[in-house]
Write a protein that binds this ligand. Sequence first.
Ligand SMILES: CC(C)(COP(=O)(O)OP(=O)(O)OC[C@H]1O[C@@H](n2cnc3c(N)ncnc32)[C@H](O)[C@@H]1OP(=O)(O)O)[C@@H](O)C(=O)NCCC(=O)NCCS
Length: 161
Amino acid sequence: MEIALRAVRDSDLPVFHRQMTDPEAVRMAAFGPGGPCGPEAFAVYWQRLCDTSDVLRTVLADGAVAGTAAVYGVAGEREVTYWIDRAYWGRGVATAALRGLLTEAPERPLYARAAADNTASLRVLQKCGFREAARARGFADGRGREIDEVVLILEGRTGER
Ligand SMILES: CC(C)(COP(=O)(O)OP(=O)(O)OC[C@H]1O[C@@H](n2cnc3c(N)ncnc32)[C@H](O)[C@@H]1OP(=O)(O)O)[C@@H](O)C(=O)NCCC(=O)NCCS
């Protein structure tokens, strides 16, 4: 499968809405849009991500819209985030997308946060060179309660270590 990143198009948004309100994905991510929401509420969430993003990309898998990848936040504390359509899980899409994102965003350090039980996301981050920096506890909209989260950091050059 060929994985590529491109600029977001307005026509991608209904696809992102479906992907990012998928109940299984919402539960897994824990932090994010936080469950079922209509197109208007999703548009508010999306606009906030756009406003705070440094790099915001559509992930393509063989040309189809497979998800999103972004670097957002203030300089010096920027974080990566990504979301892949459940239909593509377990096929290396997130790992390839994050690698691509890291080449487009050379700033280091970069940070990431993942629910402590989001094994897949933690593995993606580890494969791209992120290391655990801290543990925290926060309210997760996708679970409706406080959960443990892992804060990770990527220092130095991009790539697998
Ligand atoms: C987390 C997520 C991005 C992973 O995407 P993906 O394309 O399936 O990831 P990859 O195929 O690149 O897999 C990366 C690693 O995770 C592992 N993995 C994938 N799904 C897994 C699962 N459900 N449980 C445990 N490990 C899993 C893969 O085996 C692979 O490790 P390996 O190379 O050692 O075998 C995707 O499940 C997703 O979008 N979830 C909902 C949103 C989310 O959680 N975003 C991240 C917020 S921090």
